[in-house]
Design a protein around this ligand. Sequence first.
Ligand code: 2HG
Ligand code: ZN
Length: 477
Amino acid sequence: MNRSNVMNELGKILGPQGLLTAPEDIADFGIDWRRLQIGRPLAVARPANTAQVAELLRLCNTHGIGVVPQGGNTSMVAGATPSAAGDELVLCLARLNQVRQVDPRDLTITLEAGTTLRAAQEAASAAGCQLPLSIGSEGSAQIGGVLSTNAGGNNTLRYGNARDLVLGLEVVLADGSVIEALRRLRKDNTGYALRHLFVGAEGTLGVITAAVLRLVPAPRQSEVALCALASAGAALALLGRLQRHDPAALVAFEYISDAAMQLVLRHIPDTALPVAAAPAYALIHLATPRPGSDLRAGLEQVLAEAIEAEDCIDAVMAESLAQQAALWRLREEQSEAQKRAGASVKNDISVPVSSVPDFLARASAACAALIPNIVIAPFGHLGDGNIHFNLVQPPELEAAQFLGASETIMAAVNDVVRQLDGSFSAEHGIGRLKPAMLAAWRGGAELATMRAIKQALDPNGILNPGKLFPDRVERDG
Ligand code: 2HG
Ligand code: ZN
C-alpha cells in the first residue's frame, strides 16, 4: 500500500474530525515549546477513543510509519516533536479527555490520557481530594505526557514523581494490542509491574490511553512563604529546619537564584519582590488535611529561628490564597521569563540534596569561565535535589552564537554533576535533545536492556522514533 492509500485508510479509521492534513492545521504540532526543533508532521491524527488508537497503530506498524504521541506539547527536550522529513504521524490524544471516575473512598481517579493535569486536579478537588502532582505547565500538559515523562515538579519531596501515583494503566502497543490494566489496587504483585515500563518511556514502548492515579485527602490548611537568603547553603539549612519541625506538612521547597528572580521581575508583568533583595530565595509550601493544625504558628517559629541564626535575611508569609498565588507566580513564571529573555541552555540536573550548594558553586564557576557575562539563572526543586541550571545568553552574543556553545556548556555542567553522583536528566527526560547523553551515561548493560525491551515491544521502531535512543540521531548525523 502506498502512502496515500495509508492516509485513506487512516481517514476511514478516524473519521472527518480525526485526521488533520492541511499544512496550516498541522504546522504547530511540529514545533517544540522551546522552538529548538522544527519538525514536519506527515499528518495529525486525533482519535476519539482507544479502539481508534489501536487500529491506527496496527496500520502504521504494518506499513512502517513512525508515530509521535503528543499531549500538551510542553516538552523541554523536544520529546513529542516529529522529524523534519515529513514522514511521521503526530498522534494527538486531546480528544481522549474524560475523567471517568473519582473515588474519594479508594482515593483514586480514573482518567483518559488527553485530560490536562489541571482538569484532573480540579476533578479531584471537586470530590474533596487532591491529585498531588504540580508542574509549571499543568494548564496544558496532559496526563499521557505527564506519565510518559514521569513528570516530577514541585511536590516530589512529599509525594514522589508521577510514577509513584500510578496504580493502573491502559496502553496500546505498537501492534495495536491493548494492555487493559486499569486496576485500582494498592497491592497487586502479579508478575512484572508493566505499568512502570511505560511510565517514563517517553512514548517509545506503547501509547498510554488511560490511567488510574492515587489521590490524597484534600488539604484543609496551607501556608506559603518566600524567604530571602544569603546563599544556597542557607536555603539547605532552612530546608533541614522545616523537615525536622514537621516533615509531613512540607509539600514544596523551591529555590530561586537572584538572577532567575530578576528575569521574572523584568519580563513578567505585574510581579514584584515582596522581600529584601538577596542572593537566593526559597519558596516554602506547607499543607495538611489535619483540622485545627498549628501550621502557621509552626512556620512562624521556624522562620524566626532561621532569622535568629542568620540563615534567613527576610521572609514574608502569604495572608490569603491570592497572596499564595502571587508568591507562587514568582516561581512558576521562571520558564516563560527565561524564554522571553532570549536563548537559553537548560540543564535539568539532580544531585543528592545535600550537594546542591556545592553543585551550584562549581557549575557556576565552570560556566562563568566559559562565556564572559553568561547569565547564570538557576532555580528548581531544591527539596528533592533537582535544579534547573539554566544559562541565558549574554546581551553581546547572538542567540545562534550562544546556542552554538550549548554542548560545551552542558558538558561542563555535566562534569560537575558526575563528580557529585548526580543525573543529567532529573525530570524532563531525554527526548530528541539528549539521546547521546543517555548513551554516554547509561551505556553497557543498562542501555542494552533498554534496547532489548524496545526491540521486544516495538520491533519495527514506529513509536516515537528518534527519541531516547541514539540510533537515529547518529544516522541523521
Ligand atoms: C519547572 O520546574 C520546569 O518550572 C521547567 O521543570 C524548568 O524551564 C525549565 O528549565
Ligand atoms: Zn522543574
